[in-house]
Design a protein around this ligand. Structure first.
Ligand code: HEC
Ligand code: HEC
Ligand code: HEC
Length: 127
């Protein structure tokens, strides 16, 4: 390969890294509260940034089938217990299991499904 081609490839690669780096800060925390509070549980805070530094986008948004819009996935507790959605990983194997209710159901009452936080992530208990 000619050196110029290699340089071009490197530049494209670096540009790609910076692009993903800056573009994703927005998906800080996703509030999931379509069912939880109606059923007497606190809203769920999904720390998107926390997860996305551990896994590639395509793991969740392609291979696991999570739709890329807050509230777009019809996530229920029974589906999670059956090993779907969050339960694909939160099964005491890849990550801690469903018995840790408060780690997911950590939102303050009244939060609506959607995005919380801009460039920051709060994680459990912050919102
Ligand atoms: C790994 C994260 C996680 C854990 C741990 C977890 N939940 Fe959930 N739970 C969710 C999500 C996500 C929803 C759907 C939120 C929404 O849109 O309202 C949900 C929904 C619910 C609902 C609403 C009704 C339904 O069937 O969907 C109840 C009740 C509930 N969870 C109870 C619990 C209890 C009790 C525990 C502990 C034994 C628990 N959850 C642990 C993530 C979790
Ligand atoms: C560990 C799983 C996981 C990973 C990795 C992940 N996401 Fe997500 N993403 C989710 C979940 C869950 C939601 C919320 C879906 C819902 O509310 O139904 C979400 C929501 C989103 C949204 C919607 C935001 C909005 O405003 O509605 C976008 C955009 C997004 N992700 C982009 C990305 C990108 C880009 C990457 C990689 C840089 C990525 N995600 C990595 C699980 C993940
Ligand atoms: C692809 C695997 C994967 C999926 C899918 C996934 N998680 Fe996680 N999650 C993890 C791992 C790994 C950790 C880190 C566990 C640890 O630190 O022991 C984690 C940690 C967390 C934490 C703790 C964050 C902190 O600050 O310590 C919360 C809350 C959480 N997940 C909620 C969810 C919810 C809600 C969903 C579904 C909407 C979900 N997760 C889906 C892998 C996943």
């Amino acid at each position: 390969m000619k050196p110029s081609i290699i340089y071009a490839a490197v530049i494209v690669l670096i540009a790609g890294i910076f692009h993903t780096g800056s573009g994703n800060a927005e998906y800080a925390d996703v509030v999931l509260n379509k069912r939880a509070e109606k059923q007497g549980m606190r809203p769920v805070i999904y720390p998107h940034w926390f997860h996305r530094i551990r896994f590639r986008c395509k793991v969740c948004h392609h291979e696991l089938g999570f739709k890329m819009r807050a509230g777009a996935n019809d996530i229920s507790m029974s589906a999670i217990i059956d090993g779907k959605y969050c339960g694909i990983c939160h099964n005491n194997d890849v990550a801690w299991g469903v018995e840790n209710c408060d780690l997911c159901h950590s939102g303050l009452p009244g939060l609506k499904t959607g995005i919380k936080g801009g460039a920051q992530t709060g994680g459990p208990g912050r919102w």
